[in-house]
Design a protein around this ligand. Sequence first.
Ligand code: ZN
Length: 499
Amino acid sequence: MSQISFFLSSFVKKLISSFEKIIESQFLNFILFQELNFNTFQIHMWFSYLVAFLLTWQVFCHAINNPSSEEKQADYSGYSLHRFKVDTSSNTMEKLESYDMELDKNTQTARLLIDIWAEPSKQNPHADILVAPEFLEKFKALLTREELVTLKMIEGDVQSQINAERHAMFRNSIRRRKRSLKSWKDFDVNSYHSYDKMVEFMKLLSEQKSDMVELIKVATSSEGRSIYGVKIHPPGGSPPEKPSIIVDAGVHAREWIAPAVGLFMIRKIVDEYGRDPQVTANLQKFDWYIMPQVNPDGYEYSRTSDRLWRKTRSKNTTVNRWCIGADANRNWGYRWGEAGANRTPCSNIYMGSHPYSEPEIRGLKEYFTWQIANPMVYISLHSYGQLLLSPWGYTHERTENYQDQQNAAKEAAMAIKNTTGVSYSYGTISEMMYPASGTSIDFMQHRGVPYIYGVELRPTDNPNSFAFNLPPSFIRATGDEMMAALNAIGTHAVKVKRL
Ligand SMILES: [Zn+2]
Protein backbone atom coordinates (compact mmCIF):
# COMPACT_ATOMS: atom_id res chain seq x y z
CA MET A 1 0.00 0.00 0.00
CA SER A 2 2.80 2.43 0.88
CA GLN A 3 4.47 1.68 -2.50
CA ILE A 4 1.26 2.59 -4.33
CA SER A 5 1.03 5.81 -2.29
CA PHE A 6 4.64 6.59 -3.21
CA PHE A 7 4.09 6.03 -6.95
CA LEU A 8 0.85 7.95 -6.82
CA SER A 9 2.39 10.98 -5.12
CA SER A 10 5.40 10.99 -7.50
CA PHE A 11 2.98 10.87 -10.47
CA VAL A 12 1.04 13.79 -9.07
CA LYS A 13 4.29 15.72 -8.60
CA LYS A 14 5.38 15.01 -12.23
CA LEU A 15 1.94 15.92 -13.49
CA ILE A 16 1.95 19.23 -11.64
CA SER A 17 5.55 20.12 -12.56
CA SER A 18 5.03 19.35 -16.30
CA PHE A 19 1.84 21.36 -16.23
CA GLU A 20 3.72 24.19 -14.53
CA LYS A 21 6.43 24.07 -17.24
CA ILE A 22 3.83 24.35 -20.00
CA ILE A 23 2.07 27.24 -18.30
CA GLU A 24 5.40 28.94 -17.53
CA SER A 25 6.64 28.73 -21.15
CA GLN A 26 3.29 29.89 -22.48
CA PHE A 27 3.26 32.75 -20.01
CA LEU A 28 6.72 33.86 -21.19
CA ASN A 29 5.59 33.53 -24.81
CA PHE A 30 2.62 35.64 -24.06
CA ILE A 31 4.59 38.34 -22.22
CA LEU A 32 7.46 38.50 -24.73
CA PHE A 33 5.71 37.87 -28.02
CA GLN A 34 2.04 38.47 -27.17
CA GLU A 35 1.18 35.04 -28.57
CA LEU A 36 0.51 31.50 -27.39
CA ASN A 37 2.60 28.79 -28.98
CA PHE A 38 1.56 25.33 -27.69
CA ASN A 39 4.12 22.64 -28.32
CA THR A 40 2.24 19.46 -29.26
CA PHE A 41 4.97 17.29 -27.75
CA GLN A 42 4.53 19.02 -24.39
CA ILE A 43 0.77 18.58 -24.56
CA HIS A 44 1.19 14.87 -25.43
CA MET A 45 3.57 14.35 -22.55
CA TRP A 46 1.24 16.05 -20.13
CA PHE A 47 -1.74 14.11 -21.41
CA SER A 48 0.08 10.78 -20.99
CA TYR A 49 0.99 11.73 -17.42
CA LEU A 50 -2.68 12.47 -16.79
CA VAL A 51 -3.76 9.05 -18.14
CA ALA A 52 -1.08 7.31 -16.08
CA PHE A 53 -2.25 9.19 -13.01
CA LEU A 54 -5.87 8.19 -13.51
CA LEU A 55 -4.90 4.52 -13.99
CA THR A 56 -2.77 4.55 -10.84
CA TRP A 57 -5.58 6.26 -8.94
CA GLN A 58 -7.90 3.43 -9.93
CA VAL A 59 -5.38 0.85 -8.71
CA PHE A 60 -5.03 2.82 -5.48
CA CYS A 61 -8.79 2.96 -4.87
CA HIS A 62 -9.09 -0.74 -5.66
CA ALA A 63 -6.30 -1.51 -3.18
CA ILE A 64 -8.06 0.47 -0.44
CA ASN A 65 -11.35 -1.31 -1.01
CA ASN A 66 -9.83 -4.77 -1.57
CA PRO A 67 -6.78 -5.12 0.65
CA SER A 68 -4.34 -7.93 -0.07
CA SER A 69 -4.73 -11.17 1.86
CA GLU A 70 -2.50 -10.20 4.80
CA GLU A 71 -4.50 -6.98 5.21
CA LYS A 72 -7.87 -8.68 4.68
CA GLN A 73 -10.45 -6.84 6.72
CA ALA A 74 -13.49 -8.23 8.49
CA ASP A 75 -16.52 -7.30 6.44
CA TYR A 76 -19.64 -5.86 8.09
CA SER A 77 -21.55 -5.19 4.89
CA GLY A 78 -25.27 -5.22 5.57
CA TYR A 79 -24.89 -5.03 9.37
CA SER A 80 -27.28 -2.42 10.71
CA LEU A 81 -27.26 -0.45 13.97
CA HIS A 82 -30.55 -0.05 15.86
CA ARG A 83 -31.54 2.10 18.80
CA PHE A 84 -34.55 1.17 20.91
CA LYS A 85 -36.03 1.92 24.29
CA VAL A 86 -35.62 -0.78 26.90
CA ASP A 87 -36.51 -1.14 30.57
CA THR A 88 -33.24 -1.51 32.53
CA SER A 89 -34.96 -3.66 35.16
CA SER A 90 -35.90 -6.33 32.58
CA ASN A 91 -33.52 -9.04 31.42
CA THR A 92 -34.03 -8.22 27.72
CA MET A 93 -30.41 -7.21 27.19
CA GLU A 94 -29.10 -10.44 28.70
CA LYS A 95 -31.42 -12.43 26.45
CA LEU A 96 -30.26 -10.54 23.37
CA GLU A 97 -26.63 -10.89 24.39
CA SER A 98 -26.91 -14.67 24.53
CA TYR A 99 -27.23 -14.73 20.73
CA ASP A 100 -24.09 -12.70 20.14
CA MET A 101 -21.91 -15.15 18.21
CA GLU A 102 -22.44 -18.08 15.91
CA LEU A 103 -19.72 -20.63 15.26
CA ASP A 104 -19.80 -22.09 11.77
CA LYS A 105 -19.25 -25.83 12.33
CA ASN A 106 -17.79 -26.37 8.85
CA THR A 107 -15.31 -23.51 8.65
CA GLN A 108 -14.86 -23.17 12.44
CA THR A 109 -15.12 -19.42 12.18
CA ALA A 110 -17.16 -17.26 14.51
CA ARG A 111 -19.58 -14.74 13.08
CA LEU A 112 -21.12 -11.88 15.02
CA LEU A 113 -24.93 -11.94 15.02
CA ILE A 114 -25.74 -9.37 17.68
CA ASP A 115 -23.43 -6.91 19.39
CA ILE A 116 -24.40 -4.47 22.13
CA TRP A 117 -22.67 -1.16 21.45
CA ALA A 118 -24.30 1.06 24.04
CA GLU A 119 -26.22 -0.22 27.00
CA PRO A 120 -29.33 1.44 28.39
CA SER A 121 -29.06 3.42 31.60
CA LYS A 122 -31.74 4.79 33.91
CA GLN A 123 -31.30 8.34 32.59
CA ASN A 124 -30.97 7.27 28.97
CA PRO A 125 -32.93 4.02 28.56
CA HIS A 126 -31.86 3.35 24.98
CA ALA A 127 -29.80 0.46 23.73
CA ASP A 128 -27.73 0.51 20.53
CA ILE A 129 -27.41 -2.91 18.97
CA LEU A 130 -25.56 -4.05 15.86
CA VAL A 131 -27.41 -6.78 13.97
CA ALA A 132 -26.10 -9.10 11.22
CA PRO A 133 -28.23 -9.07 8.06
CA GLU A 134 -29.14 -12.77 8.38
CA PHE A 135 -30.30 -12.22 11.97
CA LEU A 136 -32.42 -9.13 11.38
CA GLU A 137 -35.78 -10.92 11.07
CA LYS A 138 -35.16 -12.97 14.21
CA PHE A 139 -34.05 -9.82 16.04
CA LYS A 140 -37.26 -8.01 15.10
CA ALA A 141 -39.34 -11.01 16.20
CA LEU A 142 -37.48 -11.02 19.55
CA LEU A 143 -38.23 -7.33 20.06
CA THR A 144 -41.91 -7.89 19.30
CA ARG A 145 -42.03 -10.78 21.76
CA GLU A 146 -40.45 -8.53 24.41
CA GLU A 147 -43.01 -5.84 23.49
CA LEU A 148 -40.28 -3.44 22.44
CA VAL A 149 -40.57 -0.96 19.64
CA THR A 150 -37.53 -0.07 17.61
CA LEU A 151 -37.11 3.66 17.83
CA LYS A 152 -34.90 4.02 14.82
CA MET A 153 -32.27 2.47 12.65
CA ILE A 154 -29.18 4.59 13.20
CA GLU A 155 -27.06 3.13 10.41
CA GLY A 156 -28.21 0.86 7.61
CA ASP A 157 -24.77 -0.38 6.60
CA VAL A 158 -22.05 -0.13 9.23
CA GLN A 159 -19.38 -1.13 6.70
CA SER A 160 -19.87 2.15 4.81
CA GLN A 161 -19.05 4.05 8.03
CA ILE A 162 -15.95 1.88 8.53
CA ASN A 163 -14.87 2.48 4.91
CA ALA A 164 -15.30 6.24 5.29
CA GLU A 165 -13.09 6.18 8.38
CA ARG A 166 -10.43 4.10 6.61
CA HIS A 167 -10.35 6.45 3.64
CA ALA A 168 -9.97 9.45 5.96
CA MET A 169 -7.08 7.68 7.73
CA PHE A 170 -5.33 6.90 4.43
CA ARG A 171 -5.65 10.50 3.31
CA ASN A 172 -4.25 11.59 6.65
CA SER A 173 -1.33 9.14 6.55
CA ILE A 174 -0.35 10.29 3.03
CA ARG A 175 -0.43 13.89 4.19
CA ARG A 176 1.63 13.31 7.32
CA ARG A 177 4.04 10.65 5.99
CA LYS A 178 5.87 8.33 8.33
CA ARG A 179 8.57 10.34 9.97
CA SER A 180 9.83 10.00 13.50
CA LEU A 181 9.08 12.67 16.07
CA LYS A 182 11.83 15.15 16.96
CA SER A 183 10.00 16.69 19.90
CA TRP A 184 7.10 15.48 22.04
CA LYS A 185 5.37 18.69 20.98
CA ASP A 186 5.25 17.39 17.38
CA PHE A 187 2.86 14.61 18.40
CA ASP A 188 -0.60 15.39 17.08
CA VAL A 189 -3.04 14.58 19.89
CA ASN A 190 -5.97 15.28 17.59
CA SER A 191 -5.46 12.12 15.51
CA TYR A 192 -5.78 8.37 16.01
CA HIS A 193 -2.33 6.77 16.09
CA SER A 194 -0.77 3.32 15.86
CA TYR A 195 0.41 1.80 19.13
CA ASP A 196 4.06 2.24 18.07
CA LYS A 197 3.48 5.96 17.58
CA MET A 198 1.88 6.25 21.03
CA VAL A 199 4.94 4.56 22.57
CA GLU A 200 7.29 6.79 20.58
CA PHE A 201 5.50 9.84 22.01
CA MET A 202 5.62 8.58 25.61
CA LYS A 203 9.32 7.65 25.35
CA LEU A 204 10.24 10.99 23.85
CA LEU A 205 8.19 12.86 26.45
CA SER A 206 9.88 10.99 29.30
CA GLU A 207 13.31 11.82 27.81
CA GLN A 208 12.64 15.48 27.04
CA LYS A 209 10.58 16.23 30.18
CA SER A 210 12.44 13.88 32.49
CA ASP A 211 11.93 16.22 35.49
CA MET A 212 8.15 15.58 35.30
CA VAL A 213 7.52 12.38 33.35
CA GLU A 214 8.64 8.80 33.96
CA LEU A 215 7.99 6.03 31.45
CA ILE A 216 6.50 3.00 33.21
CA LYS A 217 6.09 -0.52 31.88
CA VAL A 218 3.07 -2.26 33.33
CA ALA A 219 2.76 -5.52 31.40
CA THR A 220 3.57 -7.51 28.27
CA SER A 221 0.70 -8.47 25.98
CA SER A 222 -0.06 -11.95 24.57
CA GLU A 223 1.63 -11.00 21.31
CA GLY A 224 4.68 -9.63 23.15
CA ARG A 225 4.04 -5.89 23.05
CA SER A 226 5.29 -3.90 26.04
CA ILE A 227 2.46 -2.00 27.68
CA TYR A 228 3.69 1.40 28.71
CA GLY A 229 2.26 4.32 30.59
CA VAL A 230 3.59 7.47 32.19
CA LYS A 231 3.87 8.71 35.75
CA ILE A 232 3.58 12.49 35.88
CA HIS A 233 4.68 14.48 38.94
CA PRO A 234 5.70 18.09 39.61
CA PRO A 235 9.29 18.93 38.62
CA GLY A 236 11.62 17.55 41.28
CA GLY A 237 9.51 14.50 42.21
CA SER A 238 7.11 13.64 45.02
CA PRO A 239 7.18 12.00 48.46
CA PRO A 240 6.57 8.21 48.22
CA GLU A 241 3.17 8.19 49.94
CA LYS A 242 1.65 10.96 47.83
CA PRO A 243 -1.92 10.11 46.68
CA SER A 244 -2.38 9.16 43.03
CA ILE A 245 -4.83 9.52 40.21
CA ILE A 246 -4.78 6.48 37.90
CA VAL A 247 -6.18 6.49 34.38
CA ASP A 248 -6.25 3.54 32.01
CA ALA A 249 -7.69 3.39 28.51
CA GLY A 250 -8.01 1.09 25.54
CA VAL A 251 -9.20 -1.95 27.52
CA HIS A 252 -11.70 -2.52 24.70
CA ALA A 253 -9.87 -2.42 21.40
CA ARG A 254 -12.44 -0.75 19.15
CA GLU A 255 -13.13 2.19 21.50
CA TRP A 256 -10.50 4.39 19.85
CA ILE A 257 -11.58 7.64 21.46
CA ALA A 258 -10.46 6.28 24.88
CA PRO A 259 -6.68 6.01 24.19
CA ALA A 260 -6.83 9.26 22.23
CA VAL A 261 -8.28 11.01 25.31
CA GLY A 262 -5.62 9.36 27.54
CA LEU A 263 -2.86 10.78 25.32
CA PHE A 264 -4.61 14.15 25.16
CA MET A 265 -4.62 14.29 28.95
CA ILE A 266 -0.91 13.42 29.23
CA ARG A 267 -0.05 16.23 26.87
CA LYS A 268 -2.45 18.66 28.57
CA ILE A 269 -1.04 18.06 32.08
CA VAL A 270 2.57 18.53 30.95
CA ASP A 271 1.69 21.54 28.79
CA GLU A 272 -0.52 23.30 31.31
CA TYR A 273 1.43 22.71 34.52
CA GLY A 274 2.34 26.15 35.88
CA ARG A 275 -0.17 27.83 33.59
CA ASP A 276 -3.60 26.37 34.36
CA PRO A 277 -4.35 26.78 38.11
CA GLN A 278 -6.49 23.60 38.37
CA VAL A 279 -4.01 21.39 36.49
CA THR A 280 -1.18 22.83 38.59
CA ALA A 281 -3.04 22.34 41.90
CA ASN A 282 -3.99 18.74 41.07
CA LEU A 283 -0.47 17.81 40.01
CA GLN A 284 0.88 19.24 43.25
CA LYS A 285 -1.64 17.16 45.24
CA PHE A 286 -1.51 13.94 43.19
CA ASP A 287 0.89 11.90 41.10
CA TRP A 288 -0.82 10.94 37.86
CA TYR A 289 -0.43 7.48 36.33
CA ILE A 290 -1.83 7.36 32.80
CA MET A 291 -1.79 4.17 30.73
CA PRO A 292 -3.34 5.21 27.42
CA GLN A 293 -3.37 1.81 25.70
CA VAL A 294 -3.56 -1.34 27.83
CA ASN A 295 -4.78 -3.69 25.08
CA PRO A 296 -2.35 -2.94 22.23
CA ASP A 297 -2.81 -6.34 20.48
CA GLY A 298 -6.55 -5.83 20.23
CA TYR A 299 -6.10 -2.21 19.19
CA GLU A 300 -3.70 -3.01 16.36
CA TYR A 301 -6.01 -5.81 15.24
CA SER A 302 -8.90 -3.34 15.16
CA ARG A 303 -6.77 -0.99 13.02
CA THR A 304 -5.60 -3.58 10.52
CA SER A 305 -8.08 -6.45 10.41
CA ASP A 306 -11.36 -6.01 12.26
CA ARG A 307 -12.54 -2.51 13.15
CA LEU A 308 -15.09 -3.86 15.63
CA TRP A 309 -12.67 -6.08 17.58
CA ARG A 310 -13.23 -5.65 21.35
CA LYS A 311 -11.26 -8.37 23.16
CA THR A 312 -7.61 -9.20 23.73
CA ARG A 313 -5.80 -11.51 21.23
CA SER A 314 -4.86 -14.44 23.49
CA LYS A 315 -5.18 -17.96 22.12
CA ASN A 316 -7.25 -20.15 24.40
CA THR A 317 -5.98 -23.40 22.93
CA THR A 318 -7.12 -25.49 25.88
CA VAL A 319 -10.69 -24.18 25.86
CA ASN A 320 -11.41 -23.40 22.25
CA ARG A 321 -8.77 -22.99 19.59
CA TRP A 322 -10.93 -21.10 17.10
CA CYS A 323 -12.12 -18.22 19.19
CA ILE A 324 -9.47 -15.70 20.13
CA GLY A 325 -9.22 -13.39 23.13
CA ALA A 326 -11.21 -12.51 26.22
CA ASP A 327 -13.04 -9.41 27.38
CA ALA A 328 -10.31 -7.68 29.40
CA ASN A 329 -12.95 -6.01 31.55
CA ARG A 330 -14.46 -9.33 32.67
CA ASN A 331 -11.12 -10.93 33.53
CA TRP A 332 -10.25 -9.29 36.88
CA GLY A 333 -10.12 -11.70 39.79
CA TYR A 334 -12.43 -10.01 42.26
CA ARG A 335 -15.85 -11.71 41.95
CA TRP A 336 -14.76 -13.13 38.59
CA GLY A 337 -17.41 -15.18 36.79
CA GLU A 338 -20.36 -14.08 38.92
CA ALA A 339 -23.40 -12.07 37.76
CA GLY A 340 -23.44 -11.16 34.09
CA ALA A 341 -20.44 -13.35 33.23
CA ASN A 342 -20.17 -15.09 29.88
CA ARG A 343 -18.43 -18.46 29.64
CA THR A 344 -18.53 -18.87 25.86
CA PRO A 345 -15.05 -18.33 24.40
CA CYS A 346 -16.45 -16.92 21.14
CA SER A 347 -18.52 -14.30 22.95
CA ASN A 348 -17.48 -10.67 22.82
CA ILE A 349 -17.82 -10.53 26.62
CA TYR A 350 -16.03 -13.84 27.36
CA MET A 351 -14.59 -13.65 30.87
CA GLY A 352 -11.47 -15.73 30.07
CA SER A 353 -10.51 -19.27 31.05
CA HIS A 354 -9.61 -18.25 34.61
CA PRO A 355 -9.16 -15.03 36.64
CA TYR A 356 -6.27 -12.98 35.23
CA SER A 357 -5.86 -15.37 32.30
CA GLU A 358 -4.99 -12.33 30.15
CA PRO A 359 -1.36 -11.19 30.66
CA GLU A 360 -2.39 -7.54 30.15
CA ILE A 361 -4.77 -7.72 33.14
CA ARG A 362 -2.34 -9.76 35.23
CA GLY A 363 0.31 -7.08 34.65
CA LEU A 364 -2.05 -4.23 35.50
CA LYS A 365 -3.15 -5.94 38.70
CA GLU A 366 0.48 -6.48 39.77
CA TYR A 367 1.38 -2.89 38.97
CA PHE A 368 -1.65 -1.40 40.74
CA THR A 369 -1.06 -3.63 43.76
CA TRP A 370 2.67 -3.21 44.26
CA GLN A 371 3.77 -0.01 42.54
CA ILE A 372 1.12 2.55 43.49
CA ALA A 373 1.20 3.21 47.22
CA ASN A 374 -1.77 5.49 47.77
CA PRO A 375 -4.36 5.34 44.95
CA MET A 376 -7.08 7.97 45.47
CA VAL A 377 -8.85 8.13 42.10
CA TYR A 378 -9.17 5.45 39.43
CA ILE A 379 -10.67 6.10 36.00
CA SER A 380 -11.03 3.57 33.19
CA LEU A 381 -11.82 5.16 29.82
CA HIS A 382 -14.25 3.45 27.44
CA SER A 383 -16.80 4.42 24.82
CA TYR A 384 -19.60 5.15 24.32
CA GLY A 385 -22.69 6.52 26.10
CA GLN A 386 -21.50 9.52 28.18
CA LEU A 387 -21.67 7.83 31.57
CA LEU A 388 -19.66 7.84 34.81
CA LEU A 389 -20.10 4.33 36.24
CA SER A 390 -19.08 3.44 39.76
CA PRO A 391 -18.98 0.12 41.67
CA TRP A 392 -20.38 -2.33 42.31
CA GLY A 393 -20.73 -4.08 39.00
CA TYR A 394 -21.31 -7.62 40.29
CA THR A 395 -24.16 -6.83 42.69
CA HIS A 396 -27.00 -4.37 43.19
CA GLU A 397 -25.76 -3.66 46.71
CA ARG A 398 -24.30 -0.24 47.38
CA THR A 399 -20.71 0.34 48.45
CA GLU A 400 -19.95 1.89 51.85
CA ASN A 401 -18.79 5.12 50.24
CA TYR A 402 -21.62 5.20 47.67
CA GLN A 403 -22.82 8.70 48.55
CA ASP A 404 -19.36 10.28 48.47
CA GLN A 405 -18.62 8.65 45.08
CA GLN A 406 -21.91 9.97 43.70
CA ASN A 407 -21.22 13.46 45.09
CA ALA A 408 -17.87 13.53 43.28
CA ALA A 409 -19.54 12.20 40.09
CA LYS A 410 -22.11 14.99 40.28
CA GLU A 411 -19.32 17.57 40.47
CA ALA A 412 -17.54 15.91 37.54
CA ALA A 413 -20.72 15.95 35.42
CA MET A 414 -21.20 19.64 36.24
CA ALA A 415 -17.60 20.41 35.28
CA ILE A 416 -18.14 18.62 31.94
CA LYS A 417 -21.32 20.58 31.32
CA ASN A 418 -19.53 23.86 32.07
CA THR A 419 -16.63 22.96 29.74
CA THR A 420 -18.38 21.74 26.58
CA GLY A 421 -22.11 21.79 27.37
CA VAL A 422 -22.34 18.00 27.03
CA SER A 423 -24.35 15.87 29.51
CA TYR A 424 -22.89 12.84 31.28
CA SER A 425 -25.05 10.64 33.53
CA TYR A 426 -23.72 8.87 36.63
CA GLY A 427 -24.57 5.98 38.94
CA THR A 428 -23.35 2.47 39.75
CA ILE A 429 -23.00 -0.13 36.98
CA SER A 430 -25.63 -2.40 38.44
CA GLU A 431 -28.16 0.36 39.05
CA MET A 432 -27.60 2.10 35.72
CA MET A 433 -27.58 -1.04 33.60
CA TYR A 434 -27.33 -4.72 34.44
CA PRO A 435 -24.63 -6.50 36.49
CA ALA A 436 -21.14 -7.19 35.14
CA SER A 437 -18.48 -9.03 37.12
CA GLY A 438 -14.72 -9.29 36.77
CA THR A 439 -14.34 -5.56 36.08
CA SER A 440 -11.41 -3.35 37.04
CA ILE A 441 -13.64 -0.97 38.98
CA ASP A 442 -14.83 -3.76 41.32
CA PHE A 443 -11.19 -4.77 41.84
CA MET A 444 -10.27 -1.19 42.72
CA GLN A 445 -13.24 -0.84 45.09
CA HIS A 446 -12.19 -4.04 46.84
CA ARG A 447 -8.69 -2.58 47.10
CA GLY A 448 -10.15 0.44 48.90
CA VAL A 449 -9.69 3.19 46.32
CA PRO A 450 -12.12 5.98 47.29
CA TYR A 451 -13.13 7.42 43.89
CA ILE A 452 -13.68 5.02 41.00
CA TYR A 453 -15.39 5.53 37.65
CA GLY A 454 -15.64 3.55 34.48
CA VAL A 455 -16.23 6.28 31.95
CA GLU A 456 -18.18 5.82 28.73
CA LEU A 457 -17.02 8.72 26.58
CA ARG A 458 -18.77 10.30 23.61
CA PRO A 459 -20.98 10.00 21.70
CA THR A 460 -24.51 9.42 22.85
CA ASP A 461 -26.92 11.89 21.35
CA ASN A 462 -24.99 13.17 18.37
CA PRO A 463 -27.38 13.29 15.40
CA ASN A 464 -24.76 11.54 13.23
CA SER A 465 -24.22 8.85 15.84
CA PHE A 466 -20.67 7.93 14.92
CA ALA A 467 -20.64 5.24 17.61
CA PHE A 468 -17.08 3.77 17.71
CA ASN A 469 -16.10 5.70 14.56
CA LEU A 470 -16.00 9.08 16.28
CA PRO A 471 -14.05 11.39 13.92
CA PRO A 472 -10.73 12.73 15.31
CA SER A 473 -12.16 16.26 15.28
CA PHE A 474 -14.00 15.26 18.50
CA ILE A 475 -10.83 14.30 20.43
CA ARG A 476 -10.11 17.79 21.70
CA ALA A 477 -13.58 18.46 23.16
CA THR A 478 -13.84 14.94 24.63
CA GLY A 479 -10.36 15.32 26.14
CA ASP A 480 -11.10 18.78 27.53
CA GLU A 481 -14.28 17.62 29.23
CA MET A 482 -12.57 14.56 30.72
CA MET A 483 -9.71 16.71 32.03
CA ALA A 484 -12.32 18.98 33.64
CA ALA A 485 -14.07 15.95 35.17
CA LEU A 486 -10.82 14.62 36.67
CA ASN A 487 -9.86 18.01 38.00
CA ALA A 488 -13.27 18.25 39.68
CA ILE A 489 -12.92 14.76 41.22
CA GLY A 490 -9.38 15.63 42.39
CA THR A 491 -10.59 18.89 43.95
CA HIS A 492 -13.45 17.01 45.65
CA ALA A 493 -11.02 14.41 47.03
CA VAL A 494 -8.70 17.12 48.39
CA LYS A 495 -11.64 18.73 50.19
CA VAL A 496 -13.29 15.59 51.60
CA LYS A 497 -10.09 13.66 52.45
CA ARG A 498 -8.30 16.82 53.65
CA LEU A 499 -5.26 16.14 51.46
ZN1 ZN B 1 -15.51 -0.57 26.81
